[in-house]
Design a protein around this ligand. Structure first.
Ligand SMILES: Cc1ncc(COP(=O)(O)O)c(C=O)c1O
Length: 348
């Protein structure tokens, strides 16, 4: 017998997107924001003193909770800081799921969900989206302890309306976690559901709209009863002092945030149009990436050829995604490089 629990021994683990070491690449593979974080963040980082490092951080990250509460129109007790949105997913699985308490989610979705379910040794009920990525009706009937809906969905970029998610929250008996990692690029969000339902948790990430993927910061929005339970599961000092200071500065600078998001949305519109002109099938996206279906070429070949030119996008081997490429929205210069490389590859 090995040292590990049986499910860990058998687990494959999550495969993160490729992180190239060189700086001179076009990196459109892990949905980072192509623009830098707010200058306010850099100012705060420059002012970090030894005392902030010597002492343990505020275990609850109250400065960030207060700022995030104000931005979202809720009270501080509705917010919990996390070491990236990913940590909230781990906390939720640990808090709500076990061998007898399954998790359910529509697929295709974020590939971390099944990995976490496996680590927690709970059943994962995967229900397929239809071709238009509508919320599957069967999701409500799954009787899962935790239901996760990624909205906007990854890797499709599709969006489910707040009213549909309100109906789902009403129908299910367990907890509904709405993974809004990409919501900064969408037209609406589900924060209002948190006020109406005691079983809804909204996940937010500072990695995408706020350009802080390297910092590792995210947060939960939920009614205080749920937040108190989740707090019992998190590490005591799950977010560090530097991250609390930087993330607080970022969320307070709403003007910079909105300007950056608008730039990404404008590029998303342009890239979508240009990819369609090149013959790709590209559904409208509500996120900072698009999912492009290759009609005349094998997606994996296009992916490999771009990689040879130091242009990195994401290719998934899952059956329903095998003919598709997920492309993060870059700066206009990066998107132009991608488009001209694609033109060349398609004309070969
Ligand atoms: C759907 C989804 N949820 C959550 C996350 C977690 O983001 P982070 O841990 O960087 O905040 C990601 C990251 O890519 C994601 O794609």
């Amino acid at each position: 017998m090995g040292y590990f629990r049986r499910n860990i021994e058998k687990a494959e683990g999550y495969e993160p997107g490729f992180q190239p070491k060189q700086a001179d690449v076009v990196k459109l593979n892990t949905n980072e924001n192509p623009y830098p974080p707010s200058p306010e963040v850099m100012k705060v980082l420059a002012e970090i003193g030894p005392e902030q490092l010597r002492r343990y951080p505020d275990p609850e990250g109250s400065a960030f909770r207060a700022a995030a509460a104000e931005v979202n129109g809720v009270q501080l007790e509705y917010i919990m800081c996390c070491n990236g949105g990913d940590e909230l997913l781990t906390i939720a699985l640990r808090a709500f799921c076990d061998e007898r308490r399954p998790v359910a989610y529509p697929v295709p979705a974020y590939s971390l969900y099944p990995v976490l379910a496996n680590l927690q040794n709970c059943k994962a009920i995967e229900i397929a989206f239809d071709n238009e990525f509508n919320l599957p009706a069967k999701l409500a009937a799954s009787a899962a302890s935790l239901t996760i809906v990624c909205n906007p969905n990854a890797p499709t970029g599709s969006f489910v309306s707040t009213s549909e998610l309100a109906s789902l929250a009403k129908e299910i008996s367990g907890v509904l976690l709405i993974d809004e990692a990409y919501v900064d690029f969408a037209e609406e969000n589900c924060v209002s559901l948190v006020k109406d339902f005691d079983n809804v948790i909204v996940l937010r990430s500072m990695s995408k709209g706020y350009s802080l993927a390297g910092l590792r910061f995210g947060y939960a929005i939920a009614q205080p009863g749920l937040i108190e339970g989740l707090m019992k599961v998190k590490d005591s000092y799950n977010v560090d002092a530097v991250a609390i200071a930087a993330a607080t500065a970022a969320i307070k600078d709403q003007k910079y945030f909105r300007e950056t998001v608008e730039k990404v949305k404008a590029e998303r519109k342009r890239l979508t149009g240009q990819l369609r002109n090149l013959g790709f099938d590209v559904p409208d996206s509500s996120a900072n990436f698009v999912l492009a279906k290759c009609k005349n070429r094998k997606a994996v070949e296009v992916y490999e050829k771009l990689k040879q030119q130091n242009i990195h996008i994401r290719y998934f081997t899952y059956p329903e995604l095998k003919d598709k490429l997920r492309i993060t929205i870059g700066t206009s210069e990066q998107n132009d490089k991608l488009l001209s490389a694609l033109k060349e590859i398609l004309s070969e």
